[in-house]
Design a protein around this ligand. Structure first.
Ligand code: GLC
Length: 480
């Protein structure tokens, strides 16, 4: 049997700030399901203050001790929780993870996640789970594969352990001043070659170099990140390591995102019986004090409000788009300039626009169910889950052809009376194309017969994990 340990900074339902939490909250169980008795998949993550008491009450302490991180001696506790058939381990240290504030963005993030990664490796023999594969995700977990290679390899318990590093977003690499190499990471200057990139310590680069395989979350993104336009500086490193690079498209959790059973919706519906979807729109209109109309298309954008999500394109077309008879709802947090633009847009078009400047998963599900057209004009998109969730809830996605958006959404066209594709797509990062395709989606939506056929087709598109979980197993097998 193959033992696999997922190492990452967030996983639903324990802690999440974005798509990484979705993936680490659903992929392990899917791989377990696909691999059956041949695999044992477990997950390890930090015990943040925000992990709910409901889960804490069910945890069992399986280890307490101390580890070294450079000159520090630090407490480490490990709690174990069985949740929906998967074993989760939580690394406990109050000083690093018990504090107020978000999961990331603290002044000492380098130290917090260096501790987490060192703790993961150090405790394995003590918790009775020494994996065959260490599968680390994004920069926060990068040092686990680096420490494995640079510090633990000579210990016979770790000699055969293979490692995979998955890039969910190359924009966040974990870059630090070389000055902290010894003081924070506890590494000597002989490791500068591994740790340095473009004059900085770069944790993602080091992990790419130290791991056996690198993967990323869509086939197209695996190609894109070898190109300077997308790589945020890492393309040379990824081209060098391209022989060990895989791209596997994410799926979504079909139980969590299911309009037929979702208890947050005011009316449930399905691809077979989609008629009640509109009740959800009426409910949102009521809640937001917008005109209660079935016949107006509701356009939504649910996203972190940052440049690479295509917010500049959206801002450019907002006024022109609002010349149409539509309602527009935006949900998200991010850069102040976009937040302010959206507040102002709502102020000027109060009869049509609502800008919800917040992060709220429950609200997002109500909006997926309410909305008719979902915008995702990303400049780059490693995979993107929102277009899949929107599809499952029967909203027509309008996306730019990049990364996982290109791999998951095919452009609409009609030939001999047959509707092809599962959304509206545009190629160039140009606002005119976004506006044109959004208006084309609105036009299709206004045609009741086409709308019904196309929405059903979209809802039936398979975005479950099945095929991708299989691809992860194949990648794991190639390691041996
Ligand atoms: C990151 C990416 C997103 C991806 C998610 C899960 O949030 O930006 O595109 O879907 O990770 O892999």
């Amino acid at each position: 049997m193959r033992k696999i340990l997922f190492v990452g900074a967030e996983a639903l339902p324990f802690a999440a700030t974005g798509g990484l939490g979705d993936v680490l909250g659903s992929l392990p169980a899917e791989i377990q399901k696909a691999g059956g008795k041949d695999v044992d998949v477990r997950v390890i993550l930090p015990l943040y203050r925000t992990v709910s008491d409901v889960y804490r009450a069910q945890m069992e302490t399986v280890y307490t001790g101390e580890i070294s991180l450079a000159w520090r001696r630090l407490y480490v506790g490990v709690r174990r929780l069985h949740y929906k058939g998967i074993i989760y381990y939580f690394i406990d240290n109050e000083q690093y993870f018990g504090r107020e504030g978000g999961l990331y963005g603290h002044f000492d993030d380098a130290e917090r996640y260096a501790f987490f990664c060192e703790a993961v490796l150090a405790v394995l023999p003590n918790i009775g789970f020494v994996p065959n594969i260490l599968h680390a995700h994004d920069w926060q977990a990068a040092m686990s594969v680096v420490y494995l290679k640079l510090k633990y390899r000579n210990d016979p318990r770790y000699t055969d352990m293979r490692s995979i590093f998955t890039i969910h977003n190359i924009e966040y690499q974990g870059q630090y001043d070389p000055y902290i190499l010894g003081d924070v990471f506890g590494l000597g200057n002989e490791h500068l070659g591994t740790m340095l990139y473009d004059g900085c310590i770069n944790l993602m680069k080091a992990a790419v170099e130290c791991c056996d395989f690198v993967s990323t979350v869509s086939p197209t993104y695996a190609g894109e990140i070898q190109n300077p336009y997308f790589s945020h500086g890492l393309d040379a490193e990824l081209r060098k390591e391209s022989a060990k690079l895989y791209g596997i498209l994410n799926g979504i959790d079909y139980d969590l995102y299911n309009p037929e059973t979702d208890t947050l919706l005011c009316a449930n519906y399905s691809a077979k019986a989609p008629a009640k979807k509109v009740e959800n729109k009426l409910a949102v209109q009521r809640e937001m004090a917008l005109a209660e109309r079935r016949d107006v298309p509701m356009v939504c954008l649910i996203s972190r409000l940052v440049a690479h999500k295509g917010l500049d394109l959206f801002c450019e077309i907002a006024e022109a788009l609002l010349q149409n008879d539509i309602q527009l709802i935006v949900l998200g947090l991010g850069d102040e300039k976009y937040e302010n633009f959206l507040r102002d847009l709502e102020y000027r078009h109060h009869d049509k626009v609502r800008s919800l400047i917040l992060y709220n998963r429950d609200m997002s599900k109500k909006l997926y169910a309410a909305c008719d057209i979902f915008l995702m004009p990303s400049k780059s998109e490693p995979c993107g889950l929102s277009q899949m969730i929107a599809s499952r809830y029967g909203a027509i996605p309008v996306v730019r052809e990049t990364g996982g958006l290109f791999d998951s959404i095919k452009g609409y066209y009609e030939a001999d009376g047959v509707l092809h594709g599962n959304g509206f797509t545009f190629a160039n990062y140009a606002s005119g194309e976004l506006l044109e395709r959004t208006e084309a989606a609105i036009a299709l939506w206004r045609d009741p017969k086409r709308r019904r056929a196309f929405v059903q087709k979209i809802m039936r598109t398979d975005f479950s994990w099945g095929a991708s979980a299989q691809k992860y197993l194949e990648m794991y097998n190639r390691l041996f």
